[in-house]
Design a binder for this molecule. Structure first.
Ligand code: ADP
Ligand code: MG
Length: 331
């Protein structure tokens, strides 16, 4: 549905996005996840034809956003970070204005407006001035605006920013609902939000795409980087001897020592379950094992890990690091 090829945007000498390439398939909800300044808005502005790229190309259903903007833009509804709503218009006046701007035929206008209002639940406030609406309703009007023309693709830049928790939940479920009929791309810096709404997560950091995978796969990828935590009465040196024969361990370290108890973190080699062998080794040694549990990295950890680097030079070092197969955490 959308093909993004080698997209780069520089503001002056500053690289905002660096050689981004990805494909958006029809009918899913995609989440651009990244900290502030990662390049999410820049990417969305380029995809929607609001901003020119320094290099690269964007195809919307085969139409270049640059060479065939009319055909390409017809397929997209966009809610930018700053919603383009006019505070002194009523909801109806505003949506009618949007219809004109999008070239909706006069005879279809009423129907299109009713449709968009119905989908976003704003019919009850249609005669109110936009400036008098709550932030949640303003955001719904912004989404209604994107829906006018019934575009196949809906792009929403940080659609829940500034909403209170109730409004947030409402907008999230509205987006999920939209996802049943449209291809949706949204951006967010909130991991749990992207996890809750999106089928596919694309993590962007410093203008690079650092991960792109199904939400479930990213979580699974993380579980490969689990740590086995144990507590024992043996001293650290002794623990190292006890575990020296256990296969599948990549690292052992002491995380704490208190009241005669040593807290140990065991990092298994990827995919290894060493619990049984650790237990047997301790049993054979006569040392006590007070505690043993597995701590899985959360998506949060991965997000932090992937985005923690300082400003990335335009080296593309992390480029193309898609989360297929094993994780690469050698640290
Ligand atoms: P995000 O939406 O992920 O917060 P942006 O795409 O807005 O990130 O910004 C990416 C980078 O580009 C940031 O470092 C930002 O400061 C810079 N940037 C964005 N817009 C401009 C602009 N118009 N002029 C100069 N730098 C910009
Ligand atoms: Mg932004």
């Amino acid at each position: 549905m959308i093909e993004v090829k080698h997209l780069t945007k520089q503001y002056g000498g500053h690289v905002a996005i660096n050689d981004l390439s990805f494909t958006i398939e029809k009918g899913s909800i995609y989440g651009f996840l990244g900290p502030n300044g990662a390049g999410k808005s820049t990417t969305m502005n380029i995809i929607t034809g609001c901003l020119g790229a320094t290099e690269g190309e964007v195809l919307i259903d085969g139409h270049s956003i640059l060479d065939e903007p009319k055909a390409a833009k017809k397929l997209i509804g966009y809610l930018p970070e700053q919603p383009p709503v006019y505070p002194d218009m009523t909801v109806l006046e505003y949506l009618s204005f949007v219809c004109d701007a999008k070239g909706v035929k006069a005879g279809e206008k009423r129907m299109r407006i009713d449709e968009a209002m119905e989908k976003t639940g704003i019919a009850e406030v249609k005669k109110r001035l936009i400036k008098n609406l709550s932030k949640g309703f303003k955001q719904r009007v912004g989404i209604a605006q994107a829906l006018i023309g019934d575009p196949e693709i809906i792009i929403l830049d940080e659609p829940t920013v500034g909403l209170d928790p109730t409004q947030m939940i409402e907008i999230r479920s509205l987006i999920k609902e939209l996802g049943t009929r449209h291809t949706v791309i949204l951006s967010s810096h909130i991991l749990s939000e992207v996890q809750a709404i999106c089928d596919t997560i694309m993590i962007i950091a410093h203008g690079n795409l650092v991960a792109c995978d199904k939400s479930d796969n990213l979580t699974r990828l993380l579980s490969a980087s689990s740590i086995l935590k144990i507590e024992t009465d043996a001293a650290f040196e002794e623990v190292k001897t006890i575990l020296s024969e256990v296969k599948g361990i990549s690292n052992i370290c002491k995380s704490a020592q208190e009241n005669g108890i040593t807290h140990i973190d065991i990092t298994p080699e990827s995919g290894e379950d060493v619990r049984m062998d650790v237990f047997k080794a301790f049993a054979a040694s006569g040392a006590a094992l007070f505690e043993m549990h597995t701590e899985r990295a959360s998506l949060e950890d991965v997000f932090i890990e992937l985005t923690k680097d300082e400003e990335q030079p335009a080296s593309g070092k992390r480029q193309g690091r898609h989360s297929k197969g094993k994780e690469e955490n050698e640290a």
